[in-house]
Write a protein that binds this ligand. Structure first.
Ligand code: NAD
Ligand code: TYD
Length: 341
């Protein structure tokens, strides 16, 4: 089995490459990544010398390059993680999200159509469903919840999902889609909530909480997401969507306070800053389909997973400190400079 994993130098794609390379020595895993600001080959160090792993640098939007790759490699499966993923960046530059998330997806789908494929899997997000009210804890996203996006990021991801489903219906392409809630764990780029707060708390810097900190996210350990995708690739039904989430809802303030407590830092580091425009209130996944149909069960709950994750960031300071000293420092200044004054 030959699997092309796009975006495998990013957070979840990198964890997925580790998972697949170690679990399936007989599979060939090709990591195709453009190495944007979010891509980091240091994440792949633990697997880079394995005989069943190969890295190729390239852009999923580059049609001649992608068609050439399919011609040469003849992959059996594509797992598409490659995307622009940060909601705050999407507010500043929506177009780059259309380019990678939509055009990148249709380019891959066209190559699958041309050369044939056993399975195309699209890694999507619960953000395509929009948000839920804070005062209705009884409501959850199911696979039937209508798409109702709020940000240019989620709009582009929803657009991609619709193309994936259209290629299934129109061209009979064997596809699956997973829509997962917020991930946390090793190798997450420090612009996202948990590694951002961890790295800043360790440096005794202020922690920028948007609005009143009451927005709710449904956190899933990245290892449980990887296991879900592995299951869907092997047992999922063509044309189906699977929601992935572990019922671990927390307000942002609860997450930040958990991190402060674990690091023995004072809550006075919290700084409430101007809210994100269009900020989604609550995400909450109903994973019943994945559990009953494919037997998926998460290994981590948030309380154990966050402690393991904090330990990882403490033990791997080199990995994230190198990122903080690069291009990211000017991004942080432009995104937060005035808000933190
Ligand atoms: P990330 O930003 O950490 O990584 C994205 C990767 O894609 C990077 O390695 C980047 O170099 C690569 N990439 C970007 N543009 C590319 C292009 N044009 N061609 C090839 N490679 C390109 O993202 P992540 O958090 O690991 O998310 C991975 C996927 O999972 C995304 O599709 C995202 O929408 C989805 N997702 C993320 C979460 C989450 O909490 N992070 C939750 C649900 C779904
Ligand atoms: P994020 O990690 O960007 O993921 P997403 O927006 O895709 O859910 O943000 C998670 C939550 O944390 C979200 O409600 C926004 C909030 N947040 C802050 O309060 N401060 C920050 O500096 C960041 C990056 C996020």
């Amino acid at each position: 089995m030959k699997i092309v994993v796009t975006g495998g130098a990013g957070f979840i794609g990198g964890n997925f490459v580790h998972h697949m390379v170690n679990k399936y020595p007989d599979y060939e895993i090709i990591n195709l990544d453009l190495l944007t600001y979010a891509g980091n080959l240091e994440t792949l160090k633990p697997v880079e010398d394995k005989p069943n792993y190969k890295f190729i640098k390239g852009d999923i939007v580059d049609r001649p390059f992608i068609f050439d790759l399919f011609e040469k490699e003849k992959p059996d499966i594509i797992v598409n993680f490659a995307a622009e993923t940060h909601v705050d960046r999407a507010v500043v530059d929506p177009e780059s999200f259309v380019r990678t998330n939509v055009t990148g997806t249709t380019t891959l789908l066209d190559a699958c159509k041309e050369y044939g494929i056993k399975r195309y899997h699209q890694v999507s997000t619960d953000e395509v469903y929009g948000d839920l009210p804070l005062d209705r804890p009884d409501l959850f996203f199911t696979e039937e919840t209508p798409l109702h996006t709020s940000s240019p990021y989620s709009a582009a991801k929803a657009g991609a999902d619709l193309f994936v489903l259209a290629y299934h219906r129109t061209f009979k392409l064997p596809v699956t889609i997973s829509r997962c809630s917020n991930n946390y764990g090793p190798y997450q780029f420090p612009e996202k909530l948990i590694p951002l707060m961890l790295s800043r708390a360790l440096a005794n810097e202020s922690l920028p909480v948007y609005g009143n900190g009451e927005n709710v996210r449904d956190w899933l350990h990245v290892a449980d997401h990887c296991e879900a995708i592995d299951l869907i690739l092997h047992k999922g039904r063509d044309g189906e969507i699977y929601n992935v989430g572990g019922h671990n809802e927390r307000t942002n303030l609860e997450v930040v306070k958990t991190i402060l407590k674990a690091l023995d830092r004072p809550e006075s580091l919290i700084k409430y800053v101007t809210d994100r425009p269009g900020h989604d209130r609550r995400y909450a996944i109903d994973p019943a389909k994945l559990e009953t149909e494919l037997g998926w069960k998460p290994k981590y709950n948030f309380d154990t997973g966050i402690q393991q994750t904090i330990r990882w960031y403490l033990d791997n300071e080199d990995w994230w400190k190198r990122i903080l000293s690069g291009e990211y420092s000017s991004y942080f200044e432009s995104m937060y400079g005035e808000r933190l004054q």
